[in-house]
Design a protein around this ligand. Structure first.
Ligand SMILES: [Ca+2]
Length: 386
């Protein structure tokens, strides 16, 4: 059974007693504004206005009081007869916290939650936490390099409270889970993070007097593969198998659009755009004349900093790096100038080709949006590697 604390708050102004809610100030007297919140063994009262005596029906003698963050050793009293706790307040804005539990600690207001590196590095930034009547909300910016991360959030038991945690990381679906009442809870989440991604961690359901988050640790499990690139007009389109972006065979997860010549200098006078919703995908059929190793070139334009795409061939990842291929801004969407079409090569950042082994015949290439940056696609080109 939950104990219910009966909290009746009255405020006295110039010797007149006024209930805090519902009554107008007596003639000629300025009223105090009062609000209060409480749970089993803790009362918080906010008072604004002229000097007054605040009286709170706490039923038992408090174990500690704080006025505006400072512990009050004197200046307050408790009456066994009326079961009231009385505090004298000067004119102004005040917060009074009254603890009724043994060995009280004042409710936490702020905390830093570091994003520690499970791999032993220097960490990935800090979430700044603020505590209020409904729980805690912490936010901060991820300071690591782009990549895929395994993240672990450990929280203490919630005790008598029902607490729900949510973690939102820019570009990823929000994860929510409940805390166990009796034992520590560890939640593991995989996130795709760009540098400077915003992270928000919230614990809701009740006022918290301590930080329930024991730690957040993360570990990079895959890096993004930044693709080398060159101006599109330097690509020898005659060498290899070319498939126009606009000649896709299927798409899903978002409304893909064909330009119909609305962009400058596109090959075949057309391209696709509106390709940037998380999880959105495009498939192309290509017919490879001869079995062998091929390099893939994707000609695209984007004004976004870091479009990430997963490449699959015939439903499979052709190489581990193909999970997170990172394009970069070409300076614009190619609406103004054809110079904004760049050729990105599936290669490691040092420029070494990542060869794709293909048998003769038809294959399906699929690009899927990871995170949310847009990329216009003019064409794809498979070139045989000597
Ligand atoms: Ca095209």
């Amino acid at each position: 059974m939950m104990r219910r604390l009966l909290c009746t708050v009255w405020v006295s102004v110039a010797a007149l007693w006024l209930p805090i809610a519902g009554l107008p100030a007596a003639d000629g007297l300025q009223s105090n504004a009062v609000s209060a919140s409480f749970d089993d063994d803790w009362v918080v009262v906010n008072v604004r206005g002229p000097a007054c005596e605040l009286e709170v029906r706490t039923d038992k003698k408090p174990t500690a009081l704080w006025l505006d963050g400072a512990k009050l050793e004197e200046g307050w009293s408790f009456s066994d007869e009326s079961r009231m706790t009385r505090v004298r307040l000067a004119e102004g804005v005040h917060e009074i916290e009254i603890a009724l539990l043994p060995n009280p600690k004042r409710a936490i207001k702020e905390a830093d939650i570091p994003l520690t590196d499970a791999g032993g590095g220097q960490g990935f930034g800090t979430l700044k936490a603020f505590f209020g009547v409904n729980g805690m909300r912490a936010s901060g910016v991820f300071s690591g390099e782009a990549g895929k991360y395994d993240l672990s959030v450990k929280c203490m038991p919630s005790g008598r409270k029902n607490l729900t945690v949510s973690l939102a990381a820019e570009g990823n679906p929000t994860a929510t889970w409940d805390l166990d009442r009796a034992k520590e809870t560890e939640k593991r989440i995989t996130l795709l993070l760009s540098p400077d991604a915003k992270l928000t961690l919230a614990v809701g359901g009740a006022r918290l007097r301590t930080n329930p988050v024991l730690g957040v640790s993360m570990k990079q499990v895959a890096a993004f593969t930044a693709l080398p690139h060159l101006p599109a007009d330097q690509v020898k389109t005659g060498e290899g198998v070319l498939v126009e972006g606009e000649a896709f065979s299927a798409s899903g997860g978002g409304e893909l659009k064909r330009s119909g010549g609305g962009h400058k200098g596109a090959h075949g006078n057309d391209n696709v755009y509106s390709f940037g919703a998380p999880g959105q995908w495009i498939e192309w059929k290509v017919s490879v004349p001869k079995a062998g190793k091929y390099r893939l070139i994707v000609v695209g334009a984007t004004d976004h900093a870091r479009p990430i795409r997963r490449l699959e061939i015939d439903g499979k990842l052709p190489c581990p790096a193909c999970e997170l291929l990172q394009f970069c801004s070409t300076g614009g969407w190619a609406r103004r100038t054809a110079k904004e079409w760049w050729a990105f090569r599936v290669a490691d950042p040092s420029g070494k080709d990542i060869p794709l082994e293909l048998g003769a015949g038809e294959h399906t290439l699929r690009l899927t949006v990871v995170l949310d940056h847009h990329l216009n696609v003019d064409y794809l080109l498979l070139q045989p590697i000597e």
